[in-house]
Each structure stands twice: as C-alpha cells, then as structure tokens.
Ligand binder design. Structure first.
Ligand code: MG
Length: 249
C-alpha cells in the first residue's frame, strides 16, 4: 500500500513536471500563450480639439468658478472675462473644492501682455499640488531669476530641464502627472511625491522627486497629510488661466 502511494506521488510529480515543461514550451513557441485579454481598459473619448477627455473632472471651462473657493471657503474672488480666469491681486490664493491625490492635470496659463516688473515680480503665480508643493508659474521669457525659481521649476527645489517659455501674452500649457506622497500610520514618509511636467509639449520635470513643502525661506520638509486641493497662487500679478481639467489616477 505504501509503495503504491509513493509510486502515485512520483507519477503525479512527474506529470506535473511534464505539464510545467509543456506550458513553458508553449510560452516560448505559441504567440497566443502570452496574450492577456482581461481586464480590458475602459473606453474613453481622448483629447479632441483641445477639449478634455471624457473621464476628466473639468475644473474650469471658461464659464464659472463653481469648482473653486478662496482659502477660507468663500466664493472665488478672481475674475472671469473672455472665457479665462485672471488673478485679482490681493484677493489671495484660490483652491478647488474637491481634494485630490495621484492625478493628471492639464492647465493653460498666460503671463500679462504688458510686461511689468522683473525676476520673481513678473507674471508670477503658481500651481500648488495638494495645496503644498508649488510648480512655478512665471514669465520666464527673457526674464532671468534664480534657476530653481523660474517657470516650471519645483519652487526652490528642482530646475526645469529647459526653458520652454513662450512670449508674455501667449497661452502656455502644463501637462502634469503627479504621484502623491505616502505616509505610514505614524505620519512617517514612506514614499515622496513625484512629478512629471511637460511645458508647451516639452519635458521639463522628469519623474522629479519632491523634497517637501516648497518654502520661500528655509529647507523643504514633510508633514503628513491626506488628499488636498489644487491651489493657484495670487502673487500680485495679472496671470490668467483657462481650460483646467484633472483626472484622478
Ligand atoms: Mg509662484
């Protein structure tokens, strides 16, 4: 009985080995063996004529500011004219009502046609991911400032790979792919946020690791947080925005 059992087990082992070898053989020789059909990506309408894709959350389409408030939660004080939104200096930053983590963002911005000021004082605004990490908006066309503070920099952290600015008064585009930081239950950072940015179609931040909150003075540091709003900066300049949409990832 015992011998019989052992033989059965050997036979089984041999068979399983043979099956495994056959599977491996078919994976090498049969193209169908490595096809994966499930799951199937859901179908969406992509960007057509610069319109948002069908699965995007539209944050500003030129009509109203329903998706935004000031930092205290009151109605958005910035101005809509000619289908775009312009900073009203001294009214403060604005933020989305909805909060986000990992996301893809499309945002178009324009520095004032009338050039005024220099360095950080010319066409300055900013896009704060989760309200904390600033992707700089600045008129950096023929306007030298510190490199880690020019347009498309992660403010005071990472210099953009190139200066892809258009002239002031021309619309510019940021395409952003952002991965939010991870913190453990004790509030300790386990994975830093990362950001990829295309500026006017050109790669300027390539999976850049964000080093902490983007500070004007002092070194960046992290403080644990949950999802956060997208925030736009009032830096006192008449920067305009249009066609803002986001996809949660
Ligand atoms: Mg700024």
């Amino acid at each position: 009985m015992k011998i019989h059992f052992l033989s059965l087990r050997m036979l089984l082992t041999f068979s399983l080995g043979t099956i495994a070898q056959a599977t491996l053989f078919s994976q090498i020789t049969d193209p169908k063996a490595t096809e994966v059909w499930e799951p199937e990506p859901r179908k969406i309408t992509p960007v057509v004529n610069n319109m948002p894709p069908s699965d995007a959350i539209v944050l500003f389409d030129g009509k109203n500011m329903d998706a935004w408030t000031d930092l205290k939660g009151n109605a958005c004080p910035w101005q809509i004219a000619e289908s775009f939104l312009t900073v009203v200096p001294k009214t403060g930053d604005i933020k989305t009502k909805k909060q986000f983590g990992d996301c893809q963002i499309h945002i178009e911005w324009r520095a004032p046609v009338v050039v005024k000021g220099e360095g950080q004082g010319r066409g300055n605004s900013g896009i704060f991911l989760q309200e904390i990490y600033e992707l700089q908006v600045l008129d950096s066309y023929d306007n030298r400032t510190y490199s880690n503070g020019q347009a498309a920099s992660i403010y005071k952290q990472t210099i953009p790979l190139v200066n892809a600015n258009k002239k002031p008064g021309e619309w510019q585009v940021y395409e952003i792919i952002y991965k939010a930081p991870r913190f453990n239950a004790d509030g300790i950072l386990t994975a830093p946020p990362t950001i990829t940015v295309l500026h006017n179609g050109v790669l300027v931040q390539n999976n850049t690791e964000i080093k902490g909150a983007t500070e004007y003075i002092g070194l960046p540091k992290f403080k644990a947080h949950e999802k956060g709003s997208l925030r736009l900066q009032d830096h006192g300049d008449l920067v305009s925005f249009r066609n803002i949409w986001i996809r949660e990832l």
